[in-house]
Design a protein around this ligand. Structure first.
Ligand code: SF4
Length: 430
């Protein structure tokens, strides 16, 4: 580990500062929307229809992002306690409880500004049943319209024409008419196409950044760093010029790091000696994010690919939003999100990552309250081990409930896992 003070950081600061400003401006627009009259849609990250919402001038609000931000800012504990006092069980997804607790505590958003009530609840249902239940609860709290886009699960690992048609029909007959009513604006397909064209540009640069981790040393951490890189494209900015500019700037920064042979920058400094290359499955823990990342950085462990950075869209398989087929491309996007993929597809994807990113193994961070990710993870681990011959590791934590983060336990398990990787290396070279 080392610290650096060269021009690379200037570029990094540019991208970071830009993202910070984009987020601050967005929350401040939301905070002022009672006076400005701007309307919004509460919706979820997987299968989000950001370009469609922006084509109606609706501001996206993403409850999972508010929850994870609350976790990072030390607020989730009290929000979860509030929700549990209201009767929500310990086993419920902690994003849901955190969101409900925030709402019951005055609905102050992560930047300290008030969150507006939803103008509409838009549920693109992609893979996780909790999304349905979450909006059922919000529907009871807010007197606003609800629209559901049912996204068929990729049970057989493919998207068929009839699945695509089914989603497009719903967009035409249910979602768009509701958004027209809520926004008071007519559907404008040309505007949607412009937004989708900008999405594709940003997606190209974003994929380049993620795939830079195939180099040795990797110039990025594709899990802890990756969640920052994915922020704009997974949240309110896909389709905007801001997102295009952000990814152009980020790419330029990573190109420089690559040319100089530099490792990733972590909160503790740059990783100068890459000792382990990992693929990680599962969401990170947010309440102890920095401590968790440090456990990897201290050991020179770099995450070169992760599935969590695919929950808001899988783009490294070649998918790009296609402005020439606006509704079809939105349908394909929704069906292709990681949460909508069956277990064999996830195993195939993870095995490919281990091979293509020359990883030492697959590590799973199993999340106590996220059934959508955790179901089948042990099977996934064994299967990826069998296919790649690389050892698997397993740690457990939670999204935003600090009661389920045991630092000592996780550190012990990681140390054992790194030792196992080293022993296997010796075995391979002996
Ligand atoms: S995917 Fe996991 S974290 Fe997200 S809503 Fe479903 S259970 Fe909660």
């Amino acid at each position: 580990m080392g610290s650096e003070q060269d021009t690379t950081l200037v570029h990094k600061d540019d991208a970071q500062l830009k993202q910070k400003k984009m987020i601050a401006d967005h929350f401040s627009r939301l905070g002022r929307s009672a006076e400005s009259g701007e309307k919004n849609a509460y919706t979820f990250v997987p299968g989000n229809l950001t370009e469609l919402l922006l084509s109606f001038d609706l501001l996206p609000v993403l409850p999972e992002i508010n929850a994870l931000q609350a976790g990072m800012r030390g607020k989730s504990k009290e929000y979860i306690a509030t929700a549990e006092k209201l009767g929500h069980s310990e086993d419920v997804c902690t994003y849901v409880k955190c969101d409900l607790g925030m709402m019951k505590s005055g609905n102050i958003g992560p930047t300290g500004e008030p969150m507006p009530d939803p103008s509409v609840l838009l549920l693109s249902y992609t893979g996780c049943f909790t999304f349905l239940k979450w909006f059922e609860i919000l529907k009871q709290e807010y007197n606003c319209p609800v629209t559901l886009l049912h996204v068929p699960y990729q049970g057989d690992g493919v998207i068929t024409d009839s699945m695509r048609d089914y989603v497009v029909e719903q967009l035409k007959n249910t979602v768009i008419p509701t958004l027209e009513k809520v926004s008071g604006q007519r559907y404008d397909e040309d505007r949607l196409k412009e937004l989708l064209a900008r999405s594709a540009q940003a997606e190209d640069d974003m994929v380049w950044v993620l795939e830079s981790a195939k180099h040795r040393p990797s110039p990025i951490d594709a899990y802890f760093g990756g969640v920052y890189y994915l922020g704009p494209i997974f949240t309110a900015f896909r389709g905007t010029q801001d997102a295009v500019d952000y990814y152009r700037c980020l790419r330029a920064e990573i190109e420089q790091r690559l040319a100089r042979g530099q490792g990733p920058v972590t909160p503790e400094g740059q990783i100068d000696h890459e000792r382990f290359r990992l693929v990680v499955e599962g969401p990170p823990n947010w309440t102890h994010f920095r401590e968790f990342w440090k456990m990897f950085a201290d050991e020179g462990a770099v995450v070169v690919a992760s599935t969590y950075t695919k929950v808001g869209g899988v783009y490294d398989n070649g998918f790009r939003h296609d402005p020439s087929r606006p509704l079809e491309t939105l349908a394909e996007y929704c069906m292709g999100c990681y949460t909508n993929l069956n277990l064999p597809t996830r195993v195939e994807m993870l095995s490919r990552y281990v091979r293509e990113y020359h990883a030492d193994g697959l590590l799973i961070n199993s999340i106590k309250s996220c059934n959508s990710f955790s179901a089948g993870q042990l099977m996934i681990l064994r299967e990826v081990e069998n296919r790649t011959g690389r050892p698997g590791g397993f740690v457990e934590s939670d999204l935003v409930d600090p009661r389920y983060f045991s630092g000592a336990n996780i550190r012990n398990r990681l140390e054992s896992y790194f030792q196992m990787i080293e022993q296997k290396r010796i075995g391979r070279t002996a």
